[in-house]
Design a protein around this ligand. Structure first.
Ligand SMILES: *[C@@H]1O[C@H](CO)[C@@H](O)[C@H](O)[C@H]1NC(C)=O
Ligand SMILES: *[C@@H]1O[C@H](CO)[C@@H](O)[C@H](O)[C@H]1NC(C)=O
Ligand SMILES: *[C@@H]1O[C@H](CO)[C@@H](O)[C@H](O)[C@H]1NC(C)=O
Length: 455
């Protein structure tokens, strides 16, 4: 009896020491059990008439690129789809209490839900697993970089908002086989900005979503559309594009205060125009371009350039008039006639004679110079007595010539001054007109942009 006890004890001890025959782990066993008879090509329902409802969810992570030329937008999203697989059901009690398990996504059925606007699937990290729990609920979570076609409205750039939709649908299965639904409530999805990288160029406004069915070839297809509403942050463009442009325009306006006859004004304005051209060439890459509509800011730049050119032309015109006056001031007796300022008082000269001489002067612009009538008379009277020049008379004659020459200079310079004043008046008038157009234009654009940016 004691021997038997001993033997039993030894055998029990041995059994403890000898390792067990390696059993499969519970995970391994469960996976084998689940996938033993699984056919990944068949929709996982017992009764073929029941549909598979796929719940989808979307979290926008970032807006990577908005391309006006190709009318496409690249976004990075976290996509989640959840459905029930009736064949992946087990009792956790039988498998060591395992409630959830990850399976290879190649081994099970996956719905063919895609984004119908996609242009390019982009670079998405492949996630080889899905998560399944004991009641057959399959979670397929993956990050996706999707390039989708989107009709972009660039007119208001850089104060634009965009509305791009991501429409999820089963490409092949009708609503009788695969139906779609939102995993979270529409409000929760619309206002979910937790994961959005908010430091980029785009600000996420909201993502409203809607469900609808489309009728195609007598078959209904389920769709879920997410409208991604984003707004551009204009600061970068305001600082980089608008403000330099406005500065250049201001400098151009201020260059009006350069003296009209110094001749530096035209050179200055040409420098500004050149500077603006360089600025424009540098900025062409920054402007979004689309075939249909040009952004208003492009028109703004073109009009600014036109304004600079107009200002230059105005200056050229005024300077040309000024030079004209300097060169041909002697022939410009018309202006002298208009500005009748000859002090003939004190000379005993008949009114009619004065008028006749003046008219002669005005009519005869080819004359080398205009003589002051009183002096001319003096000279004539002197010439009469020239036959017998005595010493005193000679002196008188010389003096008269001197006076004539001096007063001629006077006349010339006074006419020139008059002309300069006239040109200045014209300049001021043109400048005011230019300023008016500029302010009107700038006011219109700024109010438009302000309205867009605060809308
Ligand atoms: C499938 O379901 C439909 C209705 O839900 C039922 O009428 C039909 O009998 C079911 N078929 C089988 C094979 O269970
Ligand atoms: C499995 O997951 C679904 C969805 O998350 C949940 O509703 C269900 O209660 C889970 N089942 C178990 C047994 O945990
Ligand atoms: C965005 O576009 C969709 C259709 O493409 C439209 O139904 C929706 O109303 C638009 N949303 C806004 C805010 O404009």
């Amino acid at each position: 009896m004691a021997l038997i006890w001993l033997m039993l004890l030894v055998s029990a001890h041995l059994a403890e020491c000898v390792p067990e025959k390696p059993k499969r782990s519970a995970l391994n066993q469960l996976t084998r059990t689940l996938l033993r008879k699984y056919d990944c090509g068949v929709r996982p329902v017992h009764n073929w008439t029941s549909l598979t409802k796929v719940y989808i969810d979307l979290i926008l992570q970032s807006v990577l690129d908005v391309d006006g030329k190709t009318q496409s937008i690249t976004t990075s999203i976290w996509y989640r789809q959840i459905w029930t697989d009736e064949f992946l059901v087990w009792d956790p009690e039988e498998f060591d209490g395992i409630n959830e398990i990850s399976l290879s996504s190649d081994a099970i059925w996956i719905p063919d839900v895609i984004v119908s606007e996609f242009v390019n699937e982009g670079k998405s990290a492949p996630i080889p697993y899905v998560y399944v729990n004991s009641s057959g609920s399959v979670k397929n979570y993956r990050p996706m970089q999707v390039v989708v076609a989107c009709s972009l409205e660039m007119y208001a750039f850089p104060f634009d908002k965009q509305n791009c939709s991501l429409t999820f649908r089963s490409w092949l299965h009708s609503v009788k086989e695969i139906d779609l639904a939102l995993w979270r409530s529409a409000e929760a999805i619309a206002n979910d900005k937790r994961e959005f990288m908010n430091d980029g160029e785009w600000e996420l406004l909201s993502i409203p979503s809607r469900y609808w069915q489309i009728h195609q070839d007598n078959i209904e297809y389920a769709h879920i559309q997410f409208n991604v509403l984003i707004r551009r942050r204009p600061l970068l463009y305001v600082v980089g594009l608008l403000i330099p442009s406005i500065f250049l325009m201001l400098v151009d306006v201020i260059s009006f205060y350069l003296p009209l006859n110094s001749g530096t004004r035209i050179g200055f304005k040409i420098s500004i125009l050149l500077g603006y051209t360089v600025f424009r060439v540098n900025m062409t890459d920054e402007l979004p371009s689309s075939a249909v509509s040009t952004p208003l800011i492009g028109v703004f730049f073109a009009v600014c350039m036109a304004m600079l050119m107009l200002s230059l032309i105005k200056s050229i015109l005024v300077v040309k008039l000024l030079c004209h006056s300097e060169k041909e001031v002697k022939q410009m007796s018309i202006s002298a006639c208009l500005l009748d300022k000859y002090g003939s008082a004190g000379h005993n000269f008949s009114e009619s004679a004065l008028t006749s001489i003046k008219t002669l002067d005005c009519i005869n612009p080819s004359g080398d110079y205009e003589l002051e009538p009183s002096l001319e008379e003096d000279l004539l009277s002197l010439n009469e007595i020239q036959e017998a020049p005595s010493g005193l008379e000679w002196l008188l004659q010389e003096l008269a010539f001197l006076r004539l020459a001096l007063s001629q200079d006077d006349t010339e310079s006074s006419a020139q001054d008059e002309w300069l004043a006239l040109c200045s008046k014209l300049d001021i008038f043109l400048f005011r007109f230019y300023l008016f157009v500029l302010v009107l234009y700038a006011g219109t654009l700024l109010s438009l942009w302000a309205r867009w940016s605060f809308a």
